[in-house]
Write a protein that binds this ligand. Structure first.
Ligand code: K7E
Ligand code: CUA
Length: 684
């Protein structure tokens, strides 16, 4: 029985005694029992039954979230889609779903990963990878404040970082991360988005080291890598600047320093036991794991001075170009690696109780909160004290795998006592308060950073993971709302078969007490999210692509440029779409076995007039083509007959008339290649 199961039991409103009895039904090792008894103790302190289920939504809550028809929401909220691999965009406070942005997973609705132009975006060193697990969202920043230009997100499974352009709400770039496995501690950005940083969850043998080693040689052969990806200020383009090679632990989450701690990075680490099997027991033995403090400015200096080793690796770097309306994928083969044991002033470990998950830095940059999943307290570390401890060398006698370990008390500002059970993540408001999520006790707890006193606690429904306060990770939180992202909803929504909805819950945090004002379901499992005021983004939207500037190789800039060209068994159809016809809409001379490429250009130059494109029997998805854009659908003619094509997006009153035919003749037939619109045969 694991923590998760315990918490599920907890949500069935069983008493802690019942839970313990239930746990005892399982044959448990003594270690497990000790974890469980800690848990039990904590459970007796904090009742796990969410309180206030009946009065959770108060009378005027509806008013607070009501956005009248024709009115806009106040915030854009970018929410991870978890194992859907996508990012969804909601309005706050209404909780209305505005858009799902395909990132790492193919999306037939938008042709993402299906059109010829977007396929290269999902290329990796493993080939085409059509899915990933997206956990964290990091908006670009200027001077420690979100600037609304880009959103960075992580692909957990096949380690990747993506950049989404908030002018188009599309994925503009994806970079693969070598030497990484489980890109979980990612992506976290520095104050001016100098770097987006990504730590590996799994330590594994580096790509440049021998990989065929026994799994139980973990301690000798498994290493961690932290990637520093630099961001071009103007274009946003990502570049893998360097990596740090670290001892083999699991990196879970991270935050950059800000203000006084700008130049530093903090990572939570678990499995400091370096276990390689049954981690639920073997990685829960140590009383304390670590927060890893990284002086990235120092590391950057070393790299600039030519230090570190160039290692040979292989990773894909994919970019989408809004002029050619096409993506390119480039395979790269080198990265500069600094081994932190050879550069003693880059990295320090700080002991942190019991498998920390979240590692969060307050708006001033002075306080670093570690959230030990199995701990009954929350340690808050002081940046000043960490600096002093480093200067005074207040280290433990033993290094950890060659890295100095700062004494716990020397780095500690203080502990929040009895905050709740199963702390995961902390966000901040602008008034010196912190908000921490507690998975096991299903609650959000508000506490004061200075005196570490708990101020308020509110139940979540149920098992909250991440929390989000708009700007709550930045120097200047916007506050006002808090959203809890819940793993389990149980009885909150109409049931939907074996799997129930995950959800977000919106709290008003403008008063002393948090007030729950809305539930709304999410797409995929929500992990982290970030929100910014709508003004930062709303006015910058690309409304159309200029058709004259379309540099796609197969674009037709008007109906006069449309044509059908045979190259061996490939047939290229240059076709246009405008309300309400395709040109051409009749094509003959295609033969069985031909690969037909429909290059569809949308000639519209008005906002929000996409056309769609589908063809019978395509083992592919539709295309959805924006005004001024060209997209290509590949279709193989597999049999003789007449194959309709049609527009899939209801674009005008005559949308249903927007259709055409492709005639497929037998292999070797003499049907000539012909195409026309309205019997204007072979218009070229
Ligand atoms: Cu969901 Cu950020 Cu992957 Cu915690 S992690 S909940
Ligand atoms: Cu074009 Cu419907």
């Amino acid at each position: 029985m694991d923590l998760y199961a315990v918490s599920k039991t907890c949500q069935l409103y069983q008493s802690p005694f019942k839970i313990l009895k239930l746990i005892n039904l399982f044959n448990m090792s003594s270690i497990k029992l000790s974890i469980v008894s800690t848990l039990f103790l904590a459970l007796t302190i904090v009742s796990c039954k969410p309180k206030g289920t009946t009065n959770a939504i108060s009378g005027n809550a509806a008013q607070k979230t009501y956005v009248a028809p024709g009115k806009y929401d106040e915030f854009y909220n970018f929410v991870s889609g978890g194992f859907s691999g996508q990012l969804s965009v909601y309005g706050l406070p209404s909780g209305r779903l505005l858009r799902v942005i395909p990132v790492f997973s193919v999306d037939p609705e938008k042709g993402w990963g299906y059109s010829e132009e977007t396929k290269p975006m999902l290329n990796t060193s493993h080939g085409f990878v059509p899915w990933d697990d997206l956990h964290h969202v990091e908006m670009s920043m200027t001077d420690g404040i979100a600037d609304g230009k880009w959103v960075f997100v992580n692909g957990n499974n096949t380690p990747r970082l993506a950049r989404i352009d908030l002018k188009t709400f599309r994925t503009a770039e994806i970079i693969e991360l070598p030497n990484s496995a489980g890109n979980h501690s990612s992506p976290f950005g520095t104050e001016n988005s100098e770097y987006i940083v990504a730590g590996t969850r799994f330590s594994v043998p580096a790509d440049y080291d021998p990989g065929d080693v026994p799994i139980d040689s973990y301690k000798q052969n498994f290493k961690g890598h932290i990637s520093f990806v630099s961001i071009d200020k103007n274009s946003g383009e990502m570049n893998l600047a360097f990596q740090l090679r670290t001892p083999g632990v699991n990196f879970d989450l991270a935050r950059c320093g800000k203000g006084k701690s700008h130049g530093w990075f903090f990572f939570s680490c678990y499995n400091t036991e370096q276990a390689n099997t049954l981690l639920e027991v073997n990685a829960s033995k140590n009383d304390k794991d670590f927060i890893m403090a990284v002086n990235w400015k120092k590391a950057e200096e070393y790299v600039k001075a030519g230090k570190g080793k160039k290692q040979s690796v292989k990773y894909a770097h994919n970019k989408y170009n809004d002029e050619t309306h096409s993506a390119t994928s480039e395979m790269k083969n080198e990265v500069t690696v600094l081994d932190v044991t050879e550069f003693p002033d880059i990295v320090y470990f700080i002991p942190c109780p019991k498998s920390p998950h979240g590692c969060d830095v307050d708006p001033t940059g002075e306080y670093i909160v570690g959230s030990g999943k199995l701990a009954a307290l929350l340690p808050v570390f002081s940046f000043d004290k960490i600096q002093k401890a480093i200067a005074d060398k207040t280290f433990e006698e033993q290094k950890y795998d060659g890295v100095p370990v700062i004494k716990y008390e020397a780095a500690l500002y203080g502990e929040v006592q009895k905050p709740g059970l199963g702390p995961l993540h902390t966000e901040f408001d602008a008034n010196g308060n912190a908000y921490t999520s507690f998975f096991v006790s299903s609650e959000v707890v508000k506490w004061n950073i200075k005196d570490l006193k708990v101020l308020d606690r509110q139940p979540t429904f149920y098992s909250v993971g991440h929390l989000m306060v708009p700007g709550g990770n930045t120097k200047k939180p916007f506050g006002k709302y808090l959203v809890a992202y819940n793993k389990i909803t149980k009885d909150r929504y109409l049931p939907t078969g074996p799997e129930l909805s995950q959800s977000a819950q919106l709290y008003d945090i403008s008063g002393d007490k948090m007030e729950l004002i809305l539930d709304f379901p999410t797409i995929g499992e929500p992990h982290y999210a970030q929100a910014v005021p709508a003004e930062l983004i709303k006015e910058n939207q690309v409304k159309i692509f200029d058709i004259k500037a379309n540099k796609h190789k197969y674009a037709s800039h008007g109906e006069g440029e449309t044509k059908v060209v045979r190259e061996g068994n490939q047939v290229h159809v240059y076709i246009t779409a405008i309300r309400s016809h395709f040109a051409p809409d009749c094509i003959e001379g295609v033969k069985v076995g031909d690969d037909v490429y429909f290059h569809v250009t949308n000639l519209e130059q008005d906002w929000d007039v996409p056309h769609g494109f589908g063809v019978k029997g395509a083992n592919n998805a539709e295309l959805l083509i924006m005004p001024g854009e060209t997209s290509t659908l590949k279709w193989t003619a597999d049999r003789v007959g007449i194959f309709p094509i049609y527009c899939t997006d209801f674009c005008s009153a005559l949308h249903q008339e927007m259709q055409g035919y492709v005639r497929v003749s037998p292999k070797g037939s003499s049907t000539p290649l012909k195409f026309w619109l309205n019997n204007k045969a072979d218009v070229q």
